[in-house]
Design a binder for this molecule. Structure first.
Ligand SMILES: Nc1ncnc2c1ncn2[C@@H]1O[C@H](COP(=O)(O)OP(=O)(O)OP(=O)(O)O)[C@@H](O)[C@H]1O
Ligand SMILES: [Mg+2]
Length: 372
């Protein structure tokens, strides 16, 4: 069991307010990813959880037991927290081989020799580095060292595994492989994992939940597909998804249970069953219509409900084709599965399912109409 709860955490470095009122619950068994751009406070949050940093305000509990109470200046030492950490800087002991690096912590736990050997083998196999067992860290590449550091953390069978950008030194292919290994480790060990990355694909593919940061604040905590389908504000929408979501400026007006939205692409009527809890302004107001590139379907022939647009550019990439489209002054991107060939300036016809569209209040930047 390990359920972690952070409440009202503030962290300052001098005058720099780097964590602002962080409230976050990590349930037992979660794979919680802290996601956000560089400098937004991800590592600092992990350091607070691990006990390497003391926040100025707030509390933290593990399974209800108080670990931090800033008001009472109470901070349980890292050794009391039952955590295991792999940091961006994955310091291995240079005078020890891979085997000894991993065995060290296990010997302290007084495990039997057989158990230690088994855990070392298992962990190295999961990270695909069995053949390096007798090497010293300086005989390994950065990516291999990083995998040893993960193996070392995994071998200790921690209740809670904290990983700070553990795949940052790996090449693209290995990173994809390691994503699936980490997913399996999470499932097989049943460990709660808190994982830091600025890579949204890592976050979307591995996590059970994502905590999205924006400049020291948490903007949204949600399962990956909810975050992808319904980003809570324009910044979150802009950050999640590659290629980026399309934003079209529009005007909106609510009448009873309906909201009428118009933008350069089309006019829509949405029903209140898809509204969020955000207050919708009186009268006409500026909105932003957000459409994922994969939701814009292209036909070469006109037809009912199809909107004529112009091809601005065409980027076939084998398994998919990105097509940049233009209507009036608006540009937007469509993603087609497979190879497609369009001529520049060709007229094509697009359709977008209204239920897949997000609408934001342009002034507050908040989501007012959900996709489903
Ligand atoms: N020891 C420190 N002293 C002073 N400021 C710090 C210290 N550590 C971090 N900061 C500042 O706190 C803010 C958050 O840093 P943090 O390391 O948590 O960011 P991050 O989200 O992990 O970024 P990255 O993706 O680049 O690792 C940054 O503005 C950083 O400059
Ligand atoms: Mg960091």
């Amino acid at each position: 069991m390990s359920r972690i709860e952070l409440k009202h955490i503030d962290k300052f470095y001098g005058d720099n307010h780097v964590l602002r009122d962080i409230n976050l619950v990590i349930e037992d068994g979660d794979f919680m990813t802290l996601l956000g751009p560089s400098g937004c406070g991800k590592t600092t949050t992990l350091r607070v959880i691990s006990g390497l940093e003391k926040p100025q305000n707030g509390t933290m509990t593990i399974d209800g037991e108080e670990i931090i109470n800033a008001a009472d200046a109470y901070f349980a030492p890292p050794s009391k927290r039952g955590l295991n950490l792999v940091f961006q800087s994955y310091a291995l002991w240079p005078h020890m081989t891979v085997r000894e690096n991993i065995a060290f912590g296990l010997k302290i736990k007084k495990l039997s020799k057989e158990e230690i050997n088994k855990r070392i083998q298992d962990a190295l196999r999961m990270m695909r580095i069995e053949e390096y067992i007798d090497r010293y860290p300086n005989e390994l590449s950065g990516g291999q060292q990083q995998r040893v550091a993960i193996a070392r953390a995994v071998a200790s069978n921690p209740q809670l595994l904290l990983l700070d950008e553990p795949l940052s030194n790996l090449d693209a292919r290995l990173r994809v492989d390691m994503r699936s290994e980490l997913q399996r480790i999470h499932k097989e060990l049943g460990t709660t994992i808190i994982y830091v990355t600025h890579d949204q694909v890592e976050a979307l593919t591995m996590s059970t939940k994502i905590a999205l940061f924006k400049a020291g604040e948490l903007s949204q905590v949600a399962p990956p597909m909810e975050l992808y389908m319904n980003p809570i504000d324009l910044q979150a929408a802009d950050f999640i998804g590659n290629p980026r979501i399309n934003f079209l400026e529009g005007k909106a007006r609510r009448e009873g249970s309906k909201m009428y939205v118009s933008c350069e692409l089309e006019d829509y009527v949405f029903d209140e069953q898809d509204f969020t809890n955000e207050t919708i302004p009186e009268g006409e107001f500026a909105c932003v219509v957000a459409i994922r590139p994969e939701q814009i379907h292209i036909d070469t022939q006109p037809g009912a409900g199809r909107i004529p647009v112009q091809v601005y550019s065409n980027q076939p990439a084998g398994s998919e084709t990105l097509v940049s489209l233009k209507k009036g002054d608006s540009h937007f991107l469509s993603k087609q599965i497979g190879l497609a060939h369009y001529k520049l300036d060709q007229e094509v016809y697009v359709t977008v399912a209204p239920e897949k569209i997000n609408v934001y209040n342009a002034e507050t930047t908040r989501l007012i109409k959900r996709a489903r």
